[in-house]
Structures are given as C-alpha cells and as structure tokens.
Design a protein around this ligand. Sequence first.
Ligand code: HQG
Length: 182
Amino acid sequence: MINYTELSKEISYALRHAPWEYELEMDEEGYVPVEQLLDALHKEEKWSNVSENDLVIMIQKSEKKRHEIFNGKIKAHYGHSIPMKIAKEEKVPPEVLYHGTARRFLNSIKEKGLLPKGRQYVHLSQDVETAHSVGMRHDRKPCILKIDAKLAWEDGIIFYYGNEKVWLADEIPSKYIMVDDI
Ligand code: HQG
C-alpha cells in the first residue's frame, strides 16, 4: 500500500529543493519528465512499484494543490529553494492577501518587510484559514499579516500565481503589511 502523503513529501523535496539528487532535468517552469522522476523513485525499495497513475492519485488525494502533471511532465507549484529561479506567471492579485507567520519574526518583518528567506519567493495566502495553517508550522499561536496587495500592485510590486490558494512575490515592503484587526 502506497503512503501518498509520504510520497508527496519526497516528491516536493525532489522538485523544490534537490532535483540533482534524483538526476532530474528541470525546465524553467520547474517541470521534469515524469519518467525521470519515476526512474529515480524506483531505485528506492519503498517506491519500487510507484506508477504515473499513483502520482495522479497523490495529487488528487492532497488537500493542497502542490503538484501538477502536464504533457508527461510534473512540477511543484511553489516552495522552490534551488538556485535556478523558477519562472512563475505574473498575475494581478486579489485586493487583499494574507501571510501566517510566527510571533518571533514580527519585529524583523516590520523592519525589513516580508523576504523569501530560504525560498525563491515570499508565499502569500488567498484566505485567512490558509494563512493560519501556514503560520501554525512556525508557531502554535501564529500571527496573520494582512497584505494590501492592491496598493502594492498599483505601486509596481509584481505578484505571481502559485495555485488558487497560494500567491508569490519577490518581497513585500512593510508599508503594505498590517498586523492588527484580523
Ligand atoms: C518568515 C508550505 C524574519 C516568514 C506552506 C516565514 C506555504 C521573515 C519564514 C509554503 C521575514 C519562512 C511557504 C523577515 C519572512 N524576518 N522572518 N524579514 N520575512 N519571514 O517555510 O511562507 O505545505 O520558507 O514569515 O504551507 O511559511 O510545504 O515559508 O514564517 O504555502 O506545500 O520566514 O510552504 O507549503 O518560512 O511557507 P517558509 P512559509 P507546503
């Protein structure tokens, strides 16, 4: 029986952080051939029977839309930390976006704005619930930041589409970030 959550974590690791460990050739959008990924996975005992159909099931079963298969290739929608910057689609953002973070990061965020830190882009959430679950990964009582995406976009900050819940930006200066009244 395949553990699809574990499979998804390993594939996220491969596609976001370490394609070279799996000998994957990645294009500028982050796609790799499904066959290459399967060949790499098959070298591990626990993934020796994984098929393309399992990857489809893994994507369907996941609450978050992390991966996409298209034309025999698979990519991660967001989260990358590899040196080659993944090209994302620029898009007009919703008027407001959210970011869930830890209380201990607040002073630094107020001073420097939101920075990508270990990843290629700052990750923003479409709704408060998503931001809350993102923030819970860093702090049991996370802070939800409200981003004036409309104003930022009008001022020339570029936003990129991750999936229907996740938006990306290169950075968000602190003047567009509100910490209170959520
Ligand atoms: C913080 C997961 C200090 C930032 C999630 C965050 C998301 C600063 C942390 C996706 C800062 C980076 C990404 C500054 C930002 N000073 N701290 N100036 N600017 N930070 O994990 O956004 O489940 O790299 O607030 O759900 O938490 O894996 O980013 O707390 O969608 O699919 O630096 O990853 O998706 O943490 O999460 P992360 P994130 P998956």
